[in-house]
Design a protein around this ligand. Structure first.
Ligand code: ADP
Ligand code: MG
Length: 677
């Protein structure tokens, strides 16, 4: 199987080169180059065919074919065919040579996409009655360079003849029988030469499982090896202390918070380094969980760092953590970018000598000259805002500190475990008791007057409101101008209230000032660009108005909505939007349908796909040949569990039964694989 493709009969030096271009040099690689789709040549009655469906039908040629050239070297061949009593127009692109094969009165088989309204079949190809019609599925391969699909198919066929017997099983027997999977040889054969759709489905099922299992095995083996090589610090603390501390909390933790906390504490006390993602919807109460972890860490004699994306958020965390931790004798400090030199020096000194227990800050935390005495735990809030590099630098400042990433971007669990595959994931999927879901409405912009009336009523009750301004393309400058304009208008509409303005061009002092005034209810309406998106907590605010809501992604809209609904009163989110596209409309619909960030992210994912969800480039999703992370997420979960069992069993590492599997993993570079983070 590791032989060069040149050992396949009919593959000469030129073919070797052609295959090389496609990244195929061994027989094994050729046999593992799977079709990306199948042309279904099973002939069906045209009456059964749906609009836009791909189909194969048979009919009698009813007109002379006409060939038109257009553009540069483009050809379009049109012919009318009588199919099951229906006159259908068949259109073939760039297959001018077909013209001589089509004659009036001939019976031909055509395939392509069926347009029911215009009775047209296009984008496929055709066969005459002399040509073999397989009546089945024909694999379509992706090709690069000069090689033709038909040639490739021929090589694969030949490779099977010569080497098919050498395709050995690599999956352990008990998995094969537990899931009734086809063996590997049959699988490859069916993928290339399916006998029928049922068999093909079985082959795909097996290959999807294999791919996902391998993916998970690699990830988990990597993590295991890393853990063996890199011990973290074991945190010892007095359980009594923790109970006393928990007893003093102003509320009882939700079940989900307790579960997440349990997982985190178990990491802290274990001797491996924690690498955990804590996901929880906005307002689900991640901060308190982080606070408890910081408390335990400090009690065990270590310092903790909390890194946040904005100064506003840093201030807020400082206030809440001071309140939480200082009564227990811990020292909490904020290293602000705008701190005076003297104050800064003092904090840094105390940090180095170990008397600061918890340090909060933005990127300023990772500057040179910030030295910890004994850093044991690093927590980042809204981790997606931090670059990999920044996290690494901070981590390196300490003695392999435990690391906790918190995010309110609800990532479907399935994606979380694949994208952050080398991290453990804890999820807070439960809101504190008594929260009222935010009442979300979608309004067209021409309903603005009514929205203003509504705002007046809410403000009249003593509540506050956010107004998020149009986001214009990627231009920060225009965003600011828009916020300024809207601020101006609202100031005139609401003379009896104070309207504040917040945008990214303000200095951090100015931002803090506006935010503080809003928090103190001296500002009643806060007009802002999306800088308030993350973390801000003003429970008296009950209305969130978002202009041009269709320009935001669902995740971002949900974040914004999370700024309200934090107090006792009913809150509202008003989406001003005139979406043109169906996707835009769908988004507004989803927002009004659900308040649950996880459900929303699942639907967003369906709507846009994983690449979009994470931003196309940095998605970090591996490329699978057959599997599809979104569609096959159930298999992924099964594979993850199976991989965990394997990796934690002795047999997997030692027994002969797993030798083939280990070998295959080794070939795929498990031991030098790149880490995701
Ligand atoms: P997020 O997960 O978005 O960071 P926060 O940690 O800011 O959420 O919590 C939102 C609010 O909920 C805070 O005011 C916090 O004090 C409160 N809170 C957190 N946990 C609970 C709970 N178990 N019961 C009641 N209120 C809670
Ligand atoms: Mg938060």
């Amino acid at each position: 199987m590791k032989e060069s493709v040149s050992h396949i009969q009919g593959v000469g030096p030129r073919a070797v080169e052609q295959l090389e271009v496609m990244g195929i040099s061994t027989v094994e690689q050729l046999l593992e180059h799977f079709p990306f789709r199948y042309e279904d040549y099973a002939i069906r009655p045209i009456m059964e065919v749906q609009h836009d469906e791909r189909v194969t039908v048979r009919g009698k040629v009813h007109s002379e074919p006409t060939l038109r050239y257009y553009g540069k070297n483009k050809a379009r061949l049109t012919v009318r065919v009588l199919v099951d009593g229906l006159l259908v127009q068949a259109i073939f692109f760039n297959q001018g040579y077909l013209k001589n094969q089509i004659h009036l009165g001939d019976v031909i088989t055509i395939n392509g996409k069926f347009d029911r309204n215009r009775l047209m079949i296009s984008g496929g190809t055709m066969k005459t009655s002399n040509q073999e019609v397989t009546g089945g599925l024909e694999p379509v391969y992706s090709v690069k360079g000069s090689i033709k699909i038909t040639t490739l198919r021929k090589y694969i066929r030949q490779a099977f003849e010569q080497f098919g017997d050498q395709i050995g099983e690599i999956l352990p027997h008990q998995l094969l029988s537990a899931y009734r999977l086809l063996n590997r040889r049959e699988t490859l054969e069916q993928l290339h030469f399916p006998t029928d759709t049922v068999q093909l489905k079985q082959a795909k099922r097996r290959m999807i499982y294999e791919e996902l299992l391998f993916f998970q095995l690699k990830m988990q083996m990597f993590r295991k090896l890393e853990r063996q090589g890199e011990k973290g610090q074991q945190k010892r603390f007095n359980k009594e202390d923790l109970l006393v501390f928990m007893d003093k909390l102003p509320f009882e933790l939700t079940g989900a918070q307790k579960q997440a906390l349990k997982e985190i504490l178990s990491d802290l006390t274990a001797d491996h380094r924690m690498n955990r993602l804590l996901q929880g919807d906005v307002g689900s109460g991640k901060t308190i969980v982080a606070g408890i972890a910081l408390y335990v860490n400090a009690k065990a004699g270590f310092q903790g760092a909390l890194m946040v994306p904005t100064e506003i958020l840093a201030e807020q965390h400082k206030a809440s953590l001071k309140e939480l931790l200082e009564p227990f004798g811990l020292r909490v400090e904020l290293l602000s970018g705008s701190a005076k030199a003297k104050e800064r020096r003092e904090i840094l000194g105390a940090l180095k000598e170990g008397s600061v227990d918890v340090l909060i800050g933005t990127h300023a935390l990772i500057q040179d000259g910030v030295d910890f005495h004994h850093l044991g735990l690093v927590i980042t809030d809204e981790q997606h805002r931090f670059g990999v590099e920044q996290r690494r630098i901070l981590r390196n400042k300490g003695l392999r500190p435990d690391v906790l990433f918190m995010t309110a971007t609800p990532i479907p669990r399935t994606l979380a475990i694949s994208v952050f595959g080398d991290m453990d994931v804890s999820i807070i999927n439960e809101m504190p008791k008594g929260r009222k879901p935010v009442d979300t409405r979608w309004a067209k912009h021409d309903m603005l007057p009514r929205v203003i009336e509504f705002l007046k009523r809410e403000l009249g009750k003593g509540h506050q409101a956010y107004v998020i301004c149009p986001l214009i393309e990627e231009s920060d400058k225009l965003d600011v101008q828009n916020a300024i304009d809207v601020h101006h208008q609202l100031t005139q509409v609401f003379p009896e209230f104070t309207v504040g303005l917040m945008h990214g061009r303000l200095s951090s002092d100015e931002k803090d000032c506006v935010m503080n005034e809003f928090a103190k209810n001296n500002v009643h309406i806060l007009v802002s660009t999306t800088v308030v998106e993350v973390g801000v907590n003003v429970p008296n605010a009950t209305v969130m108005v978002i202009y041009d809501a269709e320009r935001f992604g669902l995740a971002q809209l949900h974040q914004l909505r999370g700024r309200v609904g934090r107090g006792q009163a009913q809150s509202y989110c008003i989406l001003l939007a005139d979406p043109k596209s169906d996707v835009g409309k769908e988004r507004m619909q989803i927002m009004t349908d659900t308040n649950d960030g996880f459900e929303l992210s699942e639907r967003d994912l369906e709507l846009r796909g994983p690449g979009e969800f994470f931003g196309s480039r940095q998605s970090g999703l591996p490329n699978f040949k057959v599997a599809d992370i979104v569609e096959d997420f159930r298999v992924l979960e099964v594979a993850r569990q199976d991989a965990a069992k394997l990796v934690n069993s002795e047999a997997f590492w030692k027994s002969n039964d797993y030798e083939k599997l280990r070998k295959k993993l080794e070939e795929q570079g498990v031991f030098q694989d790149q880490k995701l983070d």
